[in-house]
Design a binder for this molecule. Structure first.
Ligand code: TXA
Ligand code: MG
Length: 450
């Protein structure tokens, strides 16, 4: 199967909610067909394909790229599991374009007159929908019996995850399809989620026919998944909406964490989102994470000499990419992802640090400032032995939202450049989206320094 990447730049909004305020604000998404005819033409083709084919289509959302299929058909949703290599007990998130579409999924008989029953959207979700939708928040909804959803999407659970993505491209694709779209992240299972069309192509080339390229995703980590059907309500996966933001909403003051994080506070709960138990977000390289709480003297806040010696150490030649120097020693490629504390190359002894050759992270879209970073390359040096390896250095900046945006992309970029190990500077996970960043990093890490 040949995989086509179709650019849908979406410079202008492709549609809008019919009412901009009041109780009906998110009720109807309408498409503006005249604004960007080229983009709408591509979306119409993709929507037609989604309705008729059993092969999923990749599309961008504000969080990460998703791999979409008609959520009402078994054959098409099965196609998602096949393309990704995803375990079948891991349910999919259902993407809707407006509340009308969501309500249609919450009642067994959508033909009944509106107003005959009370609103089927659980009242506890109202403040969250009002504040965070459309946006990076997935809400567990009761799945009625009979349900319009294909049984594969819920993996046998009595609930389904519903999300209203915020980009006009995603909302318009769903609207044109006329059906809710089941979509997990469009990576191969266990790999970091894709934040560009190139990442999707790397993982799923030959397995799907169509990737809609809308540029880099602005949030960069997946949606927060919450369960408000239980008491107290619970966060099943941290994501684009922070737990502190949830706590500020009525009825959500006591929301608890129901995911395993291996964090430093040791108060982890067993995971309740099936997907949170699997190995995830792993680049090929070994990731060593330095927790933000770690102090100098208790393991060091930067990779220590001892750490390096262990990695580069004598006779250790398991490097898959390292070249062999004239003296027969294996040269290692050391990746560094810097955030709030580390200086260039994380303080490792280096020389000739310069802008690396080749395409940078592929996010250099002038329309999306702040979504690109540079990769620096230099020598790793040793006082006595000279050049002992290569440093690949990425600075994601100090801002947590910027770090979240670049995180998956940086892990993939260092993999692409052949890093054997990646040292990452962790951030304090107490505020906003930082909780999601550290959750993903702890899952990606082979070793955690505290
Ligand atoms: O931002 C996102 O959420 C992206 C974009 C594409 O929308 N999607 C995404 O989907 O990350 P996925 O499939 O990679 O992750 C969905 C998570 C998994 O951990 C899954 O187990 C959990 O949500 N989940 C889905 N339905 C559930 C349910 N009914 N009960 C508990 N957990 C559920
Ligand atoms: Mg995923």
């Amino acid at each position: 199967m040949e995989t086509r990447v179709v650019k849908v730049p979406g410079r202008k909004p492709l549609g809008r909610f019919r009412e901009i305020s009041g109780p009906s604000r998110l009720q109807h998404w309408d498409i503006d067909t005249g604004v960007d005819e080229e983009a709408i033409k591509h979306l119409k083709e993709a929507a037609e394909y989604l309705k008729t084919s059993d092969t999923p289509v990749a599309f961008p959302t504000e969080t990460v790229y998703g791999l979409a299929a008609d959520a009402t058909r078994s054959a098409s949703t099965k196609g998602i599991y096949t393309a990704k290599g995803r375990p079948s007990d891991n349910p999919l998130i259902i993407h809707v374009c407006d509340l009308e579409m969501l309500r249609g999924l919450l009642v067994s008989d959508p033909a009944r007159e509106p107003g005959e029953d009370a609103d089927p959207i659980p009242s506890r979700y109202k403040p969250l929908i009002e504040r965070f939708w459309p946006g990076p928040l997935t809400l567990l909804m009761p799945n009625p019996k009979p349900s319009r959803l294909a049984p594969e999407v819920t993996a046998g659970l009595p609930s389904f995850g519903a999300r209203m993505p915020s980009t006009s491209l995603a909302l318009s694709l769903i609207k044109l399809s006329g059906v809710p779209l089941a979509a997990p992240s469009a990576n191969a299972s266990t790999k970091p989620s894709p934040t560009t069309a190139q990442h999707v192509k790397h993982d799923l080339d030959g397995k799907i026919e169509l990737i809609l390229d809308g540029g880099p995703c602005p949030v960069g980590v997946e949606s927060t998944v919450v369960d408000g059907l239980c008491d107290p309500p619970a966060v099943l996966r941290p994501g684009g909406v922070g737990i502190d933001e949830l706590r500020s909403c009525p009825g959500w003051e006591n929301v608890v964490k129901a995911y395993k994080d291996h964090g430093h506070d040791g108060k982890d709960a067993a995971p309740r989102a099936p997907g949170m138990k699997y190995k995830h977000y792993s680049p090929r390289a070994r990731v060593v994470l330095y927790e933000a709480t770690c102090k100098e003297g208790s393991g060091g806040i930067t990779p220590s000499d001892a750490e390096l010696a262990r990695i580069i150490g004598k006779g250790e030649n398991s490097s898959t990419n390292g070249s062999v120097a004239a003296n027969g020693k294996h040269l290692r490629r050391i990746g560094v992802i810097r955030t709030q504390r580390w200086g260039p190359a994380a303080g490792l002894p280096n020389d000739n640090l310069h802008l690396a050759a080749g395409e940078q992270n592929g996010n250099n879209d002038p329309q999306q400032p702040g979504t690109s970073y540079d990769v620096l390359e230099g020598n790793l040096v040793d006082d006595t032995r000279g050049v002992i390896g290569t440093i690949l250095d990425i600075d994601l900046g100090r801002d947590t939202r910027g770090i979240a945006q670049g995180l998956f992309s940086a892990l993939r970029e260092l993999d692409r450049r052949g890093a054997d190990v990646i040292f990452v500077d962790g951030i304090d996970d107490e505020i906003d989206i930082a909780g999601a960043v550290m959750n993903r990093l702890r899952k990606a890490a082979s070793e955690i320094r505290t």
